[in-house]
Design a protein around this ligand. Structure first.
Ligand code: GBH
Length: 451
């Protein structure tokens, strides 16, 4: 099965995680609460009423986890730094928190694994009043970037500012399914703007400290296909793509938001200042793209859908099979998405920073036969190799995720890991997909796994 896939020998293979989803250690080393701690504490927000207090206990088990990565032949590791661990409420460095990441980086180095750090994967410090609705938060994020550049910058060859700002902005402030749980359309567009402003200010701040870091951002652009050929559905699908893609990609390249999105910010239009666009448009060394599935959009029916301009049709599985979380398995969407984005924006070199599937198969007799995930990875990597052969500049791939982990509003009910985690005992068991990926990586790079 692996024979059909070919990748350049320089292709970078790795796995991805995020701080809140794996670390735990919520009250250790002076860590402050984030909006996700607060969100988890609100009844009804998380499916299984769980939280991130312990998660995979990676805060204590990082040496074991890094050794596991190395044993699986993973040579690149994308993780996020918890802002709340490394900076106190006065904006001063927290030595104990920084020390955790130094020890993690030591361990990675010892195993020959190259780090790729994300500064913000949704865990905003609770004490920042107004969160992303407050313009000042963008400046605070730049202060945090400056701190990391000074304290850890010499150890970090590749850094992304934000992970999936669409989720923070729209799932957090419009749908209300992610922290902080608001349902306010205008606010979600203000948050989107402040996130992109924060990105630009952070790149400026980092560059003022160091010039040798490859800097980028991680987005989750989405293909939104119309539910039917009816003009209203086609128009809705277009609006969905403007929100998911153009709102974030346009500012990166100095382009204004589309008129439809400018109109939706309504009474809060003044919060976007004329000088902001130039700040957002910092030159980038790379872009990270996360791909899981596509969306199907239809014309709005309810009032909130009308404010948004579209509604998403939940997939039924009739057209494409579904993963355990109910997302369509649609590998050709990866190719369609990359081709579409490259036609519209002058993207820098691309890394696929997340791709993976929820396959909740359990462990039996010490083995986890996650057949669906293995098939998912195989078909998506086949699509990726086709893109690379066609000349698209895609340099690496990080599978989401190393470990089963805290899957946000789904709690621990959805498993995305290539390694199974038994949360009662914190036992890690590599799944069939991990072994399959290991064989593929080994074949394509000719490098044996490091012990
Ligand atoms: C990524 O988010 C995250 O970066 C990662 O932390 C997470 O664990 C992983 O993927 C798996 O979820 O239009 O309302 O139906 C992916 C976020 C969530 C974006 C679902 C699109 C559809 C929301 N995706 N979403 S909706």
């Amino acid at each position: 099965m692996t024979d059909v896939l070919s990748f350049p020998s320089s292709f970078e293979w790795g796995c991805a995680t995020a701080a809140f989803q794996i670390e735990g250690g919520a009250h250790e080393g002076g860590k402050l609460p984030s909006i996700w701690d607060d969100f988890c504490a609100q009844p009804g927000r998380i499916k299984d009423a769980s939280d991130g207090l312990v998660a995979c206990d990676h805060y204590h088990r990082y040496p074991e986890d890094v050794a596991l990565m190395a044993s699986l032949g993973l040579r690149h590791y994308r993780f996020s730094i918890a802002w709340t661990r490394v900076m106190d409420a006065q904006g001063r460095p927290n030595p104990a928190g920084l020390d955790f990441y130094r020890r993690l980086l030591d361990e990675l180095q010892r195993h020959g694994i190259t780090p790729n750090a994300t500064l913000f994967h949704w865990d905003l410090p609770s004490h920042l009043e107004g969160g992303w609705l407050n313009r000042d938060t963008a400046q605070r994020f730049a202060d945090y970037a400056d701190l990391i550049a000074r304290e850890l910058g010499d150890r970090l060859p590749r850094v992304a500012t934000l992970n999936e700002p669409w989720c923070s902005a729209f799932l957090g402030h419009d749908r209300g399914v992610f922290a902080p749980g608001l349902q306010d359309r205008e606010a979600s567009l203000v948050a989107a703007h402040h996130l992109m402003l924060a990105h630009g200010l952070a790149v400026q701040a980092w560059r003022a400290v160091r010039s040798d870091t490859a800097l980028g951002i991680v987005l989750n652009p989405e293909l939104c296909d119309p539910a039917s050929a009816a003009a209203a559905d086609v128009a809705a699908a277009r609006l969905a793509e403007l929100e998911r893609n153009d709102v974030f990609l346009n500012p990166l390249f100095g382009r204004e938001w589309p008129a439809e999105m400018l109109a939706q910010i309504g009474t809060r239009a003044h919060e976007r200042r004329s000088e902001d666009l130039a700040i957002c448009a910092q030159p980038l060394d790379f872009i990270g793209l996360n791909y899981y599935t596509r969306s199907v959009a239809r014309a709005p029916a309810s009032a909130s859908e009308t404010r948004r301009g579209y509604a998403i049709v939940p997939p039924t599985g009739a057209e494409h099979p579904l993963t355990d979380i109910g997302w369509e398995i649609y590998p050709s969407g990866l190719g369609r998405m990359v081709r579409k984005l490259c036609a519209q924006w002058p993207l820098p070199p691309i890394w696929i920073t997340e791709n993976g599937a929820a396959d909740n198969t359990g462990v039996s007799q010490g083995e986890c036969h996650d057949v669906m995930r293995t098939h998912y990875l195989q078909t998506h990597l086949a699509e990726l190799s086709t893109l690379i052969e066609a000349g698209f500049d895609i340099r690496g791939y990080y599978v989401w995720s190393l470990l089963d982990n805290f899957e946000w509003a789904e709690g621990y009910s959805q498993r995305f890991g290539i390694v199974h985690v038994d949360y009662a005992t914190q036992t890690r068991t590599p799944k069939h997909s991990a072994r399959w990926l290991q064989a593929l990586m080994q074949r394509s790079t000719g490098v044996a796994p490091k012990r």
